[in-house]
Design a binder for this molecule. Structure first.
Ligand SMILES: [Zn+2]
Length: 329
């Protein structure tokens, strides 16, 4: 697709936020084949491609899926954390690790890439809320309670029809996530845990990566009642680029993804929409959005679909910034 000047200009003016990537694991798993500073032929995301994609704020997840409590989840999270901090130090001219709302505003104003560290799944806490506080001291500012499985905090969406909600420990952790000024992420939660989290959280909730179940009926997508509740609570969902979530098949094009944007905008309003690519966490991506450098194409597509410039700025990052500044304080 040829990029019209109007799309390029709008994309570069907008604050672009991507609410989820799993890139950190490449820092330890690639056997030296990946270097964040350079353009890589593996992975979806690195510094040159983030710049080309016009990204201002990137959430980086510490994902420990598969490492259950007692099987090294904490150790694995700490190893990922150390790799991330080294990478951030090596790239400090371009990348700022964000600790609070003021830091986020400064980073965006100075043209740096703001990095927000998040934990995907509460396994590294190993049942101790003190470890949440340590993670916070180590720079973590976003938290999702589960991956797809059940853990000590809540049931994930993979538990199935009879899944439960939040545990007492999950509620205790959530209170401290709120108190510490961390971003609350409901991605991967079971339906019941999702609604209990929305009820209990005192700050607006994000769903960092999911799509609309009414458009593509995947268990990881949100149904209408969930999207409505999220919007009413002041939250935002980052629409994600994984073809099975977009179309239910192993391939999807940009037009297919646009169906999710249009459906949610029409039924629930633009204020609940954002981006959550899941780059480097997915084996395949939407055709046209092969890596993060292609994000300006998304802006061109939104323009083509008749979204106004104001609406597009909200979708690209304005909505997430609204939530982040409230959560981070
Ligand atoms: Zn995920």
């Amino acid at each position: 697709m040829e990029l019209p000047d109007r799309a390029l200009e709008l994309h570069s003016q907008a604050v672009v936020v991507d609410a989820h990537c799993d890139t950190i694991h490449l820092l330890i798993d690639s056997h030296g084949r990946y270097n964040f500073k350079q353009r890589n032929c593996i992975g979806h995301l690195d510094l040159p491609r983030l710049r080309q994609g016009g990204v201002d704020v990137q959430l980086f997840a510490l994902c420990v899926a598969g490492h259950k409590t007692g099987c090294g989840a904490l150790k694995h999270a700490l190893v990922l954390l150390e790799a991330f901090h080294r990478m951030a130090e090596d790239n400090r001219e371009d990348l700022t690790l964000i600790a609070d709302g003021a830091g986020l505003t400064d980073s965006v104003a100075n043209g740096k890439i703001a990095a927000l560290l998040t934990i995907e799944g509460g396994e590294p806490l190993e049942g101790r809320v003190e470890l949440l506080h340590i993670m916070h001291r180590l720079g973590v500012r976003g938290f999702s309670l589960t991956w797809n499985d059940r853990n000590l905090l809540a049931d994930g969406v993979g538990v199935g029809e009879k899944a439960g909600g939040l545990t007492e420990f999950g509620r205790q952790v959530l209170r401290d996530v709120n108190r510490l000024g961390m971003i609350v992420d409901a991605a991967h939660l079971s339906r019941r845990a999702f609604f209990e989290l929305l009820d209990a959280s005192i700050s607006p909730v994000i769903v960092s990566h999911a799509n609309a179940a009414a458009v593509s009926n995947h268990r990881r997508n949100l149904d209408d009642a969930q999207i409505k509740a999220l919007r009413d609570q002041g939250g935002v969902v980052g629409l994600t680029f994984y073809p099975p979530f977009v179309t239910g098949r192993n391939e999807a094009c940009l037009e297919d993804l646009m169906e999710h944007f249009c459906y949610i905008a029409q039924c629930f309003g633009v204020e609940v929409l954002g981006l959550g690519s899941d780059y480097d966490g997915i084996p395949g991506t939407v055709t046209g959005l092969e890596d993060v450098s292609s994000l300006p194409l998304l802006t061109a597509s939104l323009l083509e679909r008749g979204f106004s410039e104001k609406e597009i700025k909200m979708i690209l990052g304005g909505n997430f910034l609204r939530v982040f500044s409230r959560s981070l304080g």
